[in-house]
Structure formats: structure tokens, C-alpha cells
Write a protein that binds this ligand. Structure first.
Ligand code: ROI
Length: 165
């Protein structure tokens, strides 16, 4: 059994429903148990080119799974596809984004997967919900979550609701 943290994000096609449906789908994955979920947070889109995008809703789930990292990635990609995500441009608006943030204490570097997630330390919309459910976690090769969070305090993010769906 491995404890993993999954980030969820959506800014298209009723983001709240997208996150709720994704949570259910993750909860229903084989050999996987949902242990905890953060609240739901809203933030402005972080973009490369400042092209306007809808605000995002983001959350983080803690799961315990028997799936290895790549099969877990496949399962998450399947959920994204089933919820109507088309492969758009990088940094573009999206129906549903599911990212493996952490997979136990492993560092993984394959063609398809980088864990810890490569942008983890730059994104308050990931760090804040992660911190809510995993205050004391250590990130392989990184500083503590608290230190990472204080380094990026300029990104505005608000808690909008509990993640009950
Ligand atoms: N911006 C925010 N606020 N939340 C996201 O989940 C998110 N996801 C993305 C990009 C386009 C980088 N911006 C985001 O993929």
C-alpha cells in the first residue's frame, strides 16, 4: 500500500461537478482507498501568456493504493478522458486535470511521469490544499510544505467550500 496525493483542477464545464465526479471515480478505483480530501479552492488561472481564462477550482485528495505509479497514472488519464477532457495546449483551459503530486516517498522520473510533480513548489493552488490535509509531510528532495508555501505567498487563492460531493 502506498499513500499518494492527487491534485484536481478544472476551469471548464462546471468545475465543481467535474471535481465531484473525479472524486467519486478515484474513490471507485480498484485497490484504492480515499483517505482524506482538502476543501475546494478557487484561484485565478496561472498562465504563460496572460491569455484570459476562467478561474480554476482546485483540491487535493489523499489515497492509499496498491496500484503502481504508472497504472495509477493510466487510471487518472482514463478518468480525465471519460469526463470529456480533450488534449489541449499546455497551459490551456481544461475540463479536468488530475496530477500525481506524491507517490509515497518515491522520486520517479520516466518519460510519462515526474514525481514529485514538477510544478508542485511553484503552485499555491496545489500547496495550500495539500498542506490542509498533510501538514507534516516531507517532500523528497524538498523543503517542508510550510517553507514552500511562504515562498509563494503572492498568489491569491480562496477556500470556497468543503469537498463533500
Ligand atoms: N491555474 C490555476 N489557478 N489552477 C490550475 O489548476 C491550473 N492548471 C493549469 C494551468 C493552466 C497551469 N493554470 C492553472 O494547468
Amino acid at each position: 500500500m502506498t499513500i499518494c496525493y492527487i491534485a484536481l483542477g478544472s476551469n471548464l464545464n462546471q468545475p465543481l461537478q467535474q471535481l465531484n465526479a473525479a472524486k467519486q471515480a478515484i474513490n471507485n478505483l480498484a485497490e484504492t482507498k480515499l483517505l482524506a480530501c482538502s476543501s475546494i479552492y478557487q484561484s485565478q488561472a496561472l498562465t504563460l501568456d496572460n491569455e484570459p481564462q476562467n478561474d480554476y477550482l482546485n483540491a487535493v485528495l489523499e489515497i492509499e493504493t496498491e496500484l503502481a505509479a504508472e497504472p495509477l497514472l493510466d487510471a487518472l488519464l482514463k478518468i480525465e478522458t471519460e469526463q470529456g477532457r480533450s488534449r489541449q495546449k499546455r497551459w490551456g483551459a481544461r475540463t479536468l486535470d488530475l496530477d500525481i503530486l506524491l507517490y509515497g516517498d518515491q522520486c520517479i522520473q520516466t518519460k510519462r511521469l515526474t514525481v514529485p510533480h514538477i510544478e508542485l513548489e511553484n503552485r499555491k493552488f496545489v500547496l495550500l490544499p495539500l498542506f490542509q490535509i498533510a501538514q507534516n509531510i516531507s517532500i523528497p528532495g524538498e523543503r517542508t510544505l510550510k517553507e514552500l508555501l511562504s515562498a509563494i505567498s503572492d498568489q491569491k487563492i480562496v477556500k470556497v467550500s468543503e469537498f463533500n460531493g
